[in-house]
Design a protein around this ligand. Sequence first.
Ligand SMILES: Nc1ncnc2c1ncn2[C@@H]1O[C@H](COP(=O)(O)OP(=O)(O)OP(=O)(O)O)[C@@H](O)[C@H]1O
Ligand SMILES: [Mg+2]
Length: 278
Amino acid sequence: MSGTATALSDSGPAIQFEDVRLGFSEGDVFRGVSFQVQPRETMILLGETGTGKTLTLKLAAGLLSPSAGVIHVLGKEISSMREAELLDFRRKIGFVFQEGALFDSMTVGDNVAYRLREERVPEEEIEPQVREVLRFIELEDTIELLPSELSGGMRRRVSIARALISQPQVVLYDSPTAGLDPVTSQTIITLILRLRDVYGVTALLATQRLQDGFALANFHYDPQTKRVIRNARNGNAAAAAKAGQTRFLVYRDGGVYFEGGPEELENSKDPYLQRFLV
Ligand SMILES: Nc1ncnc2c1ncn2[C@@H]1O[C@H](COP(=O)(O)OP(=O)(O)OP(=O)(O)O)[C@@H](O)[C@H]1O
Ligand SMILES: [Mg+2]
């Protein structure tokens, strides 16, 4: 995990969608989506079911091509990349799939190591790296266990570890707290906070839970005290700036309905946005 953040030298946006359109035979999902995520920023993608959150993450990872429009990630145009280039590009991206999507028949260690084995990393280099990310998620002891032997929250943490194994600069989280109880959700959010504040990871995080977004916007992780601390309302700006901003993107009817910071969203009088706030 050493050096994850420092590799980000590009001063442009980490992720940029320009007038992205996507349609299936059933109809259009996106009719022109544009937004940018700056390095170290966390963008919370909020929207009701079926509004295209998962598809956005798949587009950003180059797992899917847009029907029209341009997508840049880490300074590269991925919407027109060939498969060989995409394979190389995806090493810089961590994808935490909705529901975790671990391989049930593989141990936790093998799940986390999967990507390294695919990339033919020498076997003796794999175990130390796997142990390091498992230590980060505080589950090193589970290395020999099967996913079925873990709780739902632990499985979710392992799926985050699997996404971190190649030290990505950008992590795409698909509904990382869906289906978890509030206390377990908080442990996942704390892990995401630590990743952001220790390694400076840029994140695009899809969720239906507004609380997740506010937790990321209003708290930071202090590596010295190893605690999660509420950002001061005023002052403490240095800590907040260091942690990177949190912004929100709300989809509706195939486009971006709202883009802005937590206060703007919280204070909005818009009836549609207020439905997320109750
Ligand atoms: N391969 C596909 N073919 C046709 N339609 C698809 C395909 N994948 C997704 N869709 C449609 O695109 C829309 C957006 O799907 P997506 O999975 O991105 O929603 P979502 O916002 O992630 O929803 P949820 O909150 O339930 O996860 C849905 O209406 C879905 O049915
Ligand atoms: Mg989804």
